[in-house]
Design a protein around this ligand. Sequence first.
Ligand code: PLP
Length: 452
Amino acid sequence: MEKKHYERPIIRPLNTGLMNKFGSQSVSPPMTHIDGISVESMLNDYGSPLFVLSERKIRENYKSAKRAFETRYPKVQFAWSYKTNYLNSVCRTFHQEGSWAEVVSRFEYDKAINNGVPGNKIIFNGPHKTNDDLLLATNNNSLIHIDNLDELYRLINIANNSDQKPLVAVRVNMDTGIYPKWDRFGFNLENGQAWDAISVIMTSEKLDLVGLHTHIGTYMMTTNAYKIAASKLSELALNIRNQFNKNITYLDLGGGFCSKNTLKGAYHNAIDTVPEIYEYAEVITTAILNAGFSQTEMPYLYLETGRALIDDAGFLLGTVISNKRLSDGRRATIMDFGINIMFTSFWYDHKISSVQDFGHHTEDTVLYGPLCMNIDIIRENVTLPPLKPGDNVVVHYMGAYNITQSMQFIAMRPAVVMIDTNNKVHIIKKAETLKTIEEDELTPDFLQNIKL
Ligand SMILES: *Cc1c(COP(=O)(O)O)cnc(C)c1O
């Protein structure tokens, strides 16, 4: 038997910080498999750390969201928010399900085209679209969501020199009872900017105003904000019909539905508190149905929900590097993955499961990443079994925004695998190497020789 390390005993006060009136926080049971595949075997085959995506879960999430809206309103179209997770295999899974693409930059736009999305099924949002981008989107009949007046006038100029009439929507921001207000994107409704933009579009006769768009925020914990947004957007569409005799084809309610990731400092687990998709669907569709559209002019409802469709389909697997005691005696565990690939750890207390079974003994632990940076903290306080070097963990709700926002700061980005619906593992992004990272670097001649 291996000799145990000696560790000098420490006396420390009992930590009751995790108690609330419902008792102490429970520890999640070990998670040995994902979609029938052993976590240990994936780490052996593809290295640690490793991102894992479940194709089955993505499709399930999509189908149930679609069902929630379609059973309440007949004309619904989803568009996958590329920035939430733009790995091609993820985007293509959504596209196979019938989802269009929602992009916020030229880079994402080109990705959508390469993924086989027809131009007229791409929604082009975002505050930065160059003239070249606008021309391309015009020629492809994409849906251009206008963010500001400068962009609007540039597009009118482009339309003046083109035989195509650009298809546009006005991005609207509004007071939905959520503060601070999200007013940096699009035109404000209450102060009349949105109507000004609509008037410019209608009187220019150069653009085809087909939609109205709003994305009221992200991780919206109240459905009421969507009720207000859907009512206000509907009213705006009806005003456009009355004033300009123009029917708006679609209302785009954006994204922002909660995933089941728990916000830092939240009293309860998100699973028990955040609205379900059908609750968002209920308020949005009811507001549109009651707005006063005639049967023939009911607009399409477009949705760009991101995190709610992918967060729980993504996992990060990792391995313990070492343990230590902090100055106050707290247990600290250092993992082989850090915040450079866990951007959302700034907002969420990610659920973490051990992989190996340890029985009932647990201890409050600070979970650190491997970076030589004070802020590299995965969890400030998590109740975990006593993990040893080499033991593994699964981080849950990692599907949204972590892969797209990850960076090779100090450590390189790991591989990503997808488990398909037949429980087969596919590598969908290789781990970075020194070679791929340095690919775009150039070293001038005068720096070629190093003699030390
Ligand atoms: C980011 C974004 C989304 C997706 O937001 P989620 O909060 O992930 O649902 C949708 N629409 C627009 C315009 C966005 O910028």
